[in-house]
Design a protein around this ligand. Structure first.
Ligand code: KG4
Ligand code: ZN
Length: 397
């Protein structure tokens, strides 16, 4: 089946067209088109993502991005004479009244399109920034109305969980590395840090989560303190890699909640520890941030602290729940030290370990297409009534 997938939960506008087949037993995917418009550079000037600005950017980008995906998938057919009927136009105006930037482009460009063949539209409904989520949802609803295509609401975290099913060059997981249940998932992104146990496809139980900042958020905030650009995760990693491993360390940061008996996390205290450290260091040397050795050591020790906590708690959860597979997902899963730590720890235990490929670790719409397919299979081929589609900022798995 052919799926149009749409993702606008944070600062990436992403649209894909995929073919999905094989069912739950042997899910397979083929990418026909995949485009992403990142707002990271735009938000970098403010040091973070402001929901209303993200919404406006999605609203401006989504129609042109859609056209370019159709083109890539070779399903863009334009009829210069085609127009919407007055009834259609009025409906569209009503549906997109909160997205003025999108409305004009929609009326101008989409009216000229011949209807492409999509079996369903999969769209992220949460968790995420609600104003941003609404842009994708309203775009999906409007397309669904004019083209009469069912819409499947997708949980963004389910997308991260399933993102490992699409490996390099669109390949599937090799035979010996299929997901075996129970499977544990460490989902670490800018908005989330959670441990989720899956007893089967689509059967999840959250066993732990952050009580305050997400791991990626802590990376971003500490990067800001070190005067590094947004997003901070890759910047901190780069800097940390420059710290010589055999160099004696003078800085020590806490490993919050590493010994707590549960599977929750807390990264806000770690971030504050860096803040106090910098404040104390600045008292002695006001130009401390000009010292690249110090910055490297802070980045190194901060990254170590996050990785150590994530690896320790994940391993404990794997043991407790006798999980056979570990799936890591979300932007922070791209972190090389986290990958190395988990690889080393799981090797001894013979646990099947999966990371998403780089393009699928951060937010993307391919994973939304995959999750849409699974939801389609679960819900017996039906979409949800359009009126029930809503952005749910704190949607849980
Ligand atoms: O999954 P994602 O793209 O968006 C959310 O759903 O939040 O994750 C983005 C987060 C950002 O906080 C970014 O700093 C972090 O992932 N990140 C990393 C790395 N690459 C991205 N954190 C640590 N190391 C990385 N290499
Ligand atoms: Zn995400």
């Amino acid at each position: 089946m052919r799926i149009l997938a749409i993702e606008t939960s944070c600062d990436e506008t992403a649209i894909s067209i995929i073919e999905a087949y094989g069912g739950l037993k042997n899910p397979r995917f083929r990418v026909l088109g995949n485009k992403i418009a990142s707002q990271a550079a735009f938000h970098a000037q403010y040091g973070g993502v402001f929901p209303m600005m993200a919404k406006r950017e999605h609203s401006k980008n989504i129609v042109p991005l859609f056209l370019s995906v159709l083109k890539e998938a070779k399903v863009l057919k334009i009829n210069p004479k085609a127009t919407f009927t007055t009834v259609q136009e009025n409906k569209i105006k009503k549906m997109l009244e909160r997205e003025p930037e999108m409305l004009d482009l929609f009326l101008e460009k989409i009216s000229r399109l011949a209807k492409p063949r999509f079996d369903v539209i999969a769209v992220t409904v949460g968790p995420g920034l609600e104003p941003a989520l609404w842009v994708g949802i309203n775009f999906a609803k409007t397309l669904a109305t004019i083209w009469k295509i069912p819409v499947i609401p997708v949980n963004h975290m389910e997308g991260h969980f399933l993102s490992v099913l699409m490996q390099k060059n669109g390949k599937n997981l090799p035979a010996g590395k299929q997901v075996q249940f129970p499977a544990l998932s460490l989902l670490v992104s800018g908005g989330h840090t959670e441990l989720v146990l899956a007893t089967d496809w689509l059967k999840y139980k959250k066993i732990g989560q952050t009580r305050d900042d997400a791991a990626g958020e802590a990376f971003d905030k500490v990067a800001r303190m070190l005067e590094l650009p947004y997003p901070g995760g890759p910047e901190i990693s780069k800097l940390a890699a420059q710290f010589p491993k055999d160099h004696p360390q003078t800085i020590k940061l806490p490993r919050p909640m590493i010994q707590s008996g549960d599977f929750d996390f807390s990264f806000s205290g770690l971030k504050t520890a860096v803040l106090y450290l910098l404040r104390d260091m600045t008292k002695i040397n006001p130009a401390v941030l000009q010292n690249s050795d110090t910055k490297r050591e802070i980045a190194f020790e901060f990254q170590n602290a996050v990785v150590e906590v994530l690896v320790t708690k994940t391993m404990r959860a794997l043991q407790k729940y006798k999980a056979k597979t570990l799936i890591v997902g979300g932007g922070v899963s791209a972190n090389k030290e986290l990958q190395k730590g988990l690889r080393m720890a799981t090797q001894k235990e013979k646990i099947i370990l999966h990371f998403p490929i780089k393009d699928l670790s951060t937010d993307n719409s391919l994973m939304i297409g995959i999750a849409g397919y699974f939801q389609f299979l679960k819900n017996k081929k039906r979409g949800k009534p359009l009126t029930s589609l809503k952005a749910i900022g704190n949607l849980s798995l």
